[in-house]
Design a protein around this ligand. Structure first.
Ligand SMILES: [Zn+2]
Length: 410
C-alpha cells in the first residue's frame, strides 16, 4: 500500500473557516487608494475630492461593517467587478448615502440564478471549499445602473473608465483610473495564481475573451493593477510580468485544447495531454495552488464542445449505475475488485483504482471494505494535490465516507 496518505494532516480534513469571523486587513497602498482583505475576498476604495468610489464589497456583512467604519466620506458609487459572492456579499452595509451601484447588464441575471439554484449552490460550495453545507444568507443588492461596453464616470479630481467583458463570468467589469494610472481588474488576475478559468462545479468561463481583455489592459501600460476586488496590488514590472504570464498561458492552453478538439481527441485523454509550456511551469504568477490545468482544459472543451464524445454508446446512455451493475455481475466477486484496486494503488495508479472501485461502491453502497479503501485512495490523492479546489473535494468525500461508515454501525 502506498504510504503517502500518512502525510494527510487531520487539519486538512477539517472544514475550513473561510467564511466566518475573521479580521479584515487594511492597507493604503497609494495616497488615494485603500484596500481591505480577508482570506478569500477583498475590496478597494478610491478617494476623490467629491466623495468615494467603492469597488466590490467583501463577501459578508460583518466583514463589510469593518470596512464601513474606516470610510469617512460619502460613498457616491459602488462598482461590482462581477457578481461572485465574495465581491458583492457585503453590499447591503454601504447603502446609507444612497450610492449609485454600477454593474454589467448581465449581473442581475446572476443574482436571479443564485436564488434559483440556492440548494445546489450550497452543496457545490460545500465541496469546493470543504465547508458545512449551508444555504447562503446573502442579501443581494441589485445594481441601480447597468450597461454593456464602456462607461466613463467623472467624480471630483478623478475619472473612472469602466469596461464590461466576459472572462471568469459573463458579467465581468474592469475599471481604469488614468489620474493614478491604476487598473482595478476584479478576478481577471487572482494575485500570483494560475488564472481561474476552470472550475469543476461552475458554468463555463470565457478563456478567449478573457485573454483579449488582459491584452487591452496591458496595452494601457498601467503602473498599478489591483486584483480581486482590490486587495492584491501588483505594481510596475510586477504588473506587466503578471499580465504577460497570464496572457501567454491562456493563449497557449486554449490553443492546445482547440487543436485537440479538431483532432477528435477524447476529453479524458485531453486533460492528461495538454501541458503548461515548460518555461511557464514555475512562473511565480501562475502557481496552481487554487485552480489547475486540467480544470482549464475541461472548461475550454465545454465551451466549444457538446456533451457527446463521438462514442455511440454515449449518445443516449443508460444510467451509470445500471452499466456498473452489469460489469459487477460479470466480475462476479467483490474480492476480485478489491484485490485489483489494491494492486493499482500500490502501483501509484490511484485515480484508476478509484474508478475501478466505483464498480463495487455503486453496486454495493454499504460495502464497508470498499468505503474504507476509498477513504485511503482519496486521502492519498488529497495529500499529493496542491490545488486547493481538488484537495478540498478529496477531503470532503473522505469525511462523507467516514460519516457513512459511522451511520452503518448505528
Ligand atoms: Zn470571481
Amino acid at each position: 500500500m502506498v504510504k503517502n496518505s500518512d502525510k494527510t494532516k487531520d487539519k486538512d480534513l477539517q472544514p475550513k473557516q473561510v467564511f466566518s469571523n475573521i479580521n479584515v486587513k487594511f492597507s493604503n497602498p497609494l495616497p488615494d487608494v485603500h484596500t481591505a482583505r480577508v482570506v478569500i475576498s477583498s475590496c478597494g476604495w478610491i478617494d476623490t475630492t467629491k466623495g468615494i468610489i467603492l469597488i466590490d464589497t467583501l463577501n459578508r456583512r460583518h466583514l463589510a461593517k469593518q470596512v464601513k467604519e474606516r470610510i469617512k466620506s460619502k460613498i457616491k458609487y459602488i462598482i461590482y467587478t462581477h457578481g461572485h459572492i465574495d465581491h458583492v456579499g457585503g453590499a447591503s452595509v454601504f447603502l446609507d448615502d444612497n450610492p449609485e451601484i454600477i454593474a454589467s447588464r448581465y449581473l442581475p441575471d446572476r443574482f436571479d440564478k443564485y436564488k434559483m439554484l440556492a440548494q445546489h449552490r450550497a452543496h457545490i460550495n460545500a465541496i469546493q471549499f470543504n465547508v458545512p453545507e449551508t444555504l447562503d444568507s446573502i442579501n443581494f443588492v441589485y445594481p441601480t445602473k447597468t450597461f454593456l461596453g464602456d462607461l466613463t464616470i467623472k467624480l471630483g479630481d478623478k475619472t473612472f473608465e469602466l469596461h464590461t467583458t466576459r472572462a471568469e463570468t459573463d458579467d465581468a467589469l474592469w475599471v481604469y483610473v488614468p489620474e493614478i494610472n491604476a487598473a482595478f481588474i476584479g478576478d481577471l488576475i487572482i494575485g500570483r495564481l494560475f488564472p481561474n478559468i476552470g472550475n469543476p462545479w461552475k458554468s463555463t468561463r470565457f478563456a478567449l475573451d478573457w485573454v483579449k481583455t488582459l491584452e487591452k489592459i496591458r496595452a494601457i501600460k498601467p503602473k498599478y493593477i489591483f486584483c480581486n476586488g482590490g486587495g492584491v496590488m501588483l505594481k510596475e514590472e510586477e504588473a506587466i510580468e503578471a499580465l504577460d504570464a497570464n496572457i501567454e498561458v491562456i493563449h497557449n492552453l486554449h490553443n492546445q485544447v482547440v487543436d485537440f478538439i479538431n483532432q477528435g481527441m477524447h476529453i479524458t485523454e485531453m486533460i492528461h495531454t495538454v501541458k503548461i509550456p515548460k518555461h511557464l511551469e514555475n512562473n511565480p504568477y501562475l502557481s496552481q495552488v487554487y485552480s489547475r490545468v486540467e480544470f482549464f482544459v475541461y472548461n475550454v472543451y465545454r465551451w466549444y464542445h457538446g456533451y457527446f464524445d463521438d462514442n455511440p454508446a454515449h449518445l443516449l446512455p443508460r444510467p451509470e449505475k445500471e452499466v456498473l451493475n452489469e460489469i459487477y455481475d460479470l466480475i462476479g466477486n467483490p474480492q476480485k475488485i478489491l484485490k485489483r484496486v489494491n494492486e493499482l494503488f500500490t502501483q501509484n495508479q490511484t485515480q484508476l483504482a478509484l474508478q475501478i472501485l466505483d464498480i463495487l461502491i455503486q453496486t454495493e453502497p454499504k460495502n464497508g471494505d470498499a468505503r474504507r479503501l476509498r477513504i485511503e485512495l482519496m486521502k492519498n490523492l488529497g495529500a499529493n494535490d496542491i490545488s486547493l479546489m481538488s484537495k478540498n473535494a478529496w477531503f470532503y468525500y473522505v469525511n462523507k465516507d467516514k460519516e457513512f461508515l459511522k451511520s452503518l454501525k448505528k
